[in-house]
Structure formats: C-alpha cells, structure tokens
Write a protein that binds this ligand. Structure first.
Ligand SMILES: [Ca+2]
Ligand SMILES: [Ca+2]
Length: 186
C-alpha cells in the first residue's frame, strides 16, 4: 500500500500520541529480570534465571534451570502478593518440574494454603525440556486484576526424601519489588 501524505501524518501523530502516553502513564507493564545464584547446585533445578512480567492480560514467570528433566522430584512454587496489609502472599501456583503431575493455583493466607481448593480460572505451566525453562502464565482475572503485585519463588527438590533441597529467589520468603500491570487505569 502506498501511503498518502495524509495517512503518513496520521501515522506520525499516532506514534507521537503513543510516545506521550507511554511516558506519562506510570502503569505500563513492568518486567523484573534477574540471575539467581548457583546456590542449590545439588539440584538439577536450581533456579538460575528469572523473568517476571506483569502484563495487561497476564502475569508471566519464566525460570531457567541447569537441567529440566521429565523424571524428577522437584516442585516449583510461584507466590503472588497483592495486598501488603495481609501477611504473606494471597495466591500460590505450585507445579511439578517433571512430567505427569498436575499444577494448581490456590489461595493463601499467612503463608498457608487455604482449604478452598484450586481456583477455577485460566492459568498454565509450560515445561520446555530441551531449553530447561518453565513458563508459568496466570490471567490477571484469577488474582482479581490488581494494579500491582510482587512475587516470591521457591524451588523444592525432594530427590532425596530426607534431604530436600530448597532454593528461594533471594532470601526465604523474599518478594520482588512491586510490579505494575500495563492495564489502563480503571
Ligand atoms: Ca538458585
Ligand atoms: Ca499479602
């Protein structure tokens, strides 16, 4: 398609408007990326790289490990906190890091799982064996669409029942900073 002069102007104006919106609105999707230490090296699923995005539609958490295998005993939990006035995260998604078991998103209270059972909403876990990556995606609707949230991550490897290996992102029960969603303010 050949752009007429008027179309080009409109495109330029739209681009300018977008640039202004982006710089003014504080609530653009925020991403947090970090390298976690090689601090649980006895486990093949020592968390190494983490990327968390609070997008307009969903929260996405991508974790890279040294060696993700279909057979294993490790469990990854993603804790999601949206209310600083209530102790601990309000939600947790727990997933096996091996094949053939189920993951679930549940409510939490004071770092304990509520007895309500899994939440009925849209979320997924994608275990990419060859790339050694787990991708967790949770619709914001599941969490009541908070403007901001923060995340804590824990990997627990039960390969040797008497000596489980635990790896937190940062310190035990430590949350990331608050991440704003990219959704327009209501
Ligand atoms: Ca680690
Ligand atoms: Ca809380």
């Amino acid at each position: 398609m050949k752009l007429t002069r008027r179309t080009r102007t409109a495109v330029a104006l739209a681009a300018a408007a977008t640039a202004v919106l982006t710089s003014v609105a504080p609530a653009s999707a925020e991403t947090y990326s970090t390298d976690d230490g090689a601090d649980a090296t006895a486990s093949l699923t020592d968390m190494r790289k983490v990327r968390i995005t609070h997008g307009t539609e969903k929260v996405s958490v991508r974790i890279t490990y040294p060696n993700l295998k279909k057979r294993g005993q490790a469990i990854q939990t993603v804790y999601l906190d949206k209310n600083p006035d209530r102790r601990g995260p309000e939600f947790a998604l727990t997933t096996p890091l091996f094949s053939g078991s189920d993951y679930a998103l549940v409510r939490m209270r004071k770092w304990k799982i509520s007895s309500d059972g899994p939440i009925d909403c849209a979320y997924s876990v994608d275990l990419r064996w060859r790339r050694d990556v787990a991708v967790v995606e949770i619709d914001r609707d599941c969490l009541g669409s908070p403007d901001e949230l923060r995340v804590a991550l824990r990997m627990k490897d039960l390969h040797d029942g008497s000596h489980p290996i635990t790896d937190w992102l940062g310190d035990r029960r430590e949350f990331t900073g608050w991440l704003a969603s990219g959704s327009p303010a209501a």
